[in-house]
Each structure stands twice: as C-alpha cells, then as structure tokens.
Write a protein that binds this ligand. Structure first.
Ligand SMILES: C[S@@+](CC[C@H](N)C(=O)[O-])C[C@H]1O[C@@H](n2cnc3c(N)ncnc32)[C@H](O)[C@@H]1O
Length: 327
C-alpha cells in the first residue's frame, strides 16, 4: 500500500500498519529510489520483517510498489514523504529494528552540507525511534560522506559505530550498479543505538500534526460577515513567514454558481510542504464560512491553521467582520 501522510495516525501503531504480521521486526528504508533493495534483502529472512519505505521523489513510487507486489511482500508499505517528517510525526518511539539508508544524495558542495540526511540531529531522531539495540544501516559510494556521517553519528552521542561489509542486496540497487560500473567501492556502517529511546524522544520537539477530523465543525475555520459588493477579483499573492512556517496565499478562484471562493495556499513547515485549499462559502444565515477544505487530504498543522487565518485576515482587510474563530 502507498500511504499518504493523511492516512497515518500521529504517532501510528505498527499493529495497525501491519495487522497480519504485528509481532515481526520493523525496518524503515529511507530513499528507496526504484525499490530494488527490499525484495532481495527481505528474502534473506525466514520471515520478512515489516517494511516501510520513505521516498520524496514520486517518479519511482509505482515501480517500487510493483517490485514489492511481484515479490509477494504484503507486509511492505511505501510513502512519499521526507524521512524526518515520517520519523518525527508517524513512527512511535522505540519501535524500529533498523533504518536502512542506501546511497543517500551526497550533497558534495561545502555550502550544501546541511542538506545531508546523516547529520547529528538525524541520528538523535533515529535513535529515539529505534529500539535500544536497533541501528541505522548506511551504505554509500561517497568516501567523504561516509567519514562525515561517522563524525556526525559520534557527535550525536547516541550511537556506537560498527563496520561491516555492505549486504549483497545493497550492492544491486540502481545507484550501487551505477558506481560499481565506474569501479567505485561501497562503504557500509551500522550506527547502533546506545540511547534509551523514550528518554531521548522526550527531549525532542513533538510535531504539531493532527489527522483530518471526522466532523467538519472541527476543521480550522472562521465565520465572518462580508461587506456588500464583496469581491476578490484583485486578489494578489501574499506570504506570511514565521520561524515555524511559511504560508503563501497563491491564488483565489471564484465559483461559477455562487459568490463563493476557494483560495490555494502553499504551506511549508521544515521539510513538510502541503498545498491546501481554503473555502470561502455562504451560510444560510447570510454569514460566510472560511474553512480548510478536505480536498487532497491535508493534515492539520500550525501552518495549515495559519493559512486559514491568513485568508480570514485578507477578508478582514477588505471589510469583513469576524464573528467566530475556530482555529
Ligand atoms: C542517490 S538516490 C539512491 C536511491 C536508492 N537508495 C538506490 O540506491 O538506488 C537517493 C534517494 O533518496 C531520496 N531522498 C532524498 N532525501 C530524502 C528524504 N529526506 N526522505 C526520503 N527520501 C529522500 C531521493 O529522492 C533519491 O531517490
């Protein structure tokens, strides 16, 4: 199954994600690319562990899903999400047996080093989600990134380094084959967790993410009274920046049938980005409801609430009067 962020619980439960194999080990693969690693690696176990793959590029998702299906791996799911969002919001503390990272993007330029995944904050987050003896399994062709990751892991203070040859399946991925052709050797390390995961998790910020509520009334909203001849035809793009999020109101669309609008907003919160729609709808009593639309399955975050607030503020700037705030 391919999970959207909105289909997860925050945090989720492995017994819910893998109802047929609840007691098995749980492996997370970050950046699975076209998904060549897991089927041969899973075949090395008598009982394949439960598997969740996270990838930010949508283009290989279907290919990876087809490989899992062909291998008959029913306890393997994929999601198109940045790894740190998945780890922080979805994966509960002390639940993973291993995190696999094969050939991560090396970001070789000096001023791009902070884009690398395997930095000290990642190791702390990973160690809080791994069981006490769980490990990050890292394979790379990039010698300098290898040394960098080992230093960052040591700086994190929550891992012990174990060096080993890479597993055979890691040498058959798309990127492994690319480097093998060029004669470049892969390096492999296991960063074994030495932290107490629950205690470590308690020191990390908890992401403010809520699933879509069942009740429409629980969606972030406001009720306003619009002035006569209200019109949004000169709507202009605008942005709100705070340390926690950026909200950009990109455009407004008018209904053909009623004097109602939908505003498209882009919301960025760290690595999590969402495009959300905010409806501006007439109510039977003549007032106007400004409310997050369920379309696209958004998850409710501080930034998404701020998008509803930004649309409301835009209406107030045009003469609307707020009668109720629900965000
Ligand atoms: C160099 S490719 C390696 C792909 C695959 N592991 C292989 O060996 O063929 C790195 C992959 O990591 C993915 N990626 C980069 N940052 C990520 C993140 N924060 N979360 C999940 N995937 C990520 C990229 O989209 C890309 O597919």
């Amino acid at each position: 199954m391919i999970y959207q962020l909105s289909q997860f619980a925050f945090p989720d439960d492995p017994a819910r994600l893998f109802p047929d194999t609840p007691g098995r080990e749980w492996y997370l693969e970050i950046g699975f690319g076209d998904g060549r690693f897991w089927p041969p690696f899973a075949a090395t176990f008598a009982q394949p562990p439960n598997y969740l793959g996270a990838e930010i590029s949508g283009s290989s998702l279907q290919k990876a899903q087809a490989r899992l299906k062909k291998a008959g791996l029913t306890n393997a799911h994929l999601t198109k999400l940045p790894a740190t969002v998945l780890l922080a919001a979805v994966i509960p503390p002390a639940s993973l047996d291993a995190i696999i990272v094969n050939f991560p993007d090396p970001w070789p330029k000096k001023d791009h080093l902070d884009q690398r995944l395997l930095r000290a904050p990642f190791f702390r987050l990973a160690a809080s989600r791994l069981k006490s003896d769980g490990a990050v399994h890292f394979t790379t062709d990039h010698e300098e990134y290898f040394e960098f990751a080992c230093c960052e892991a040591q700086e994190s203070g929550v891992t012990r380094l174990e060096l080993a040859p890479p597993p055979a399946a890691a040498l058959e991925t798309k990127y492994a084959l690319k480097w093998k052709e060029l004669g470049i050797q892969a390096r492999h390390a296991r960063f074994v967790s030495v932290a107490e995961p629950h205690a470590l998790a308690a020191t990390l910020p908890r992401p403010d993410i809520q699933a879509m509520p069942q009740e429409d009334a629980a969606l972030p909203h406001a009720i306003v009274n619009l002035p006569p001849q209200f019109d949004l035809s000169d709507f202009a793009k605008s942005a709100v920046h705070t340390p926690g999020y950026t909200v950009v109101l990109l455009d407004a669309y008018r209904s053909l049938r009623r004097p109602e609008y939908t505003v498209l907003a882009h919301v960025e919160e760290g690595e999590l980005t969402q495009e959300v729609l905010v409806g501006v709808m007439q109510r039977p009593d003549g007032s106007t409801l400004v409310r997050l639309a369920k379309f696209g399955g958004p998850v409710i975050t501080a930034g998404v609430k701020a998008a509803v607030a930004a649309v409301t503020a835009e209406l107030v700037r045009r003469g609307a009067v707020i009668t109720h705030l629900g965000y």
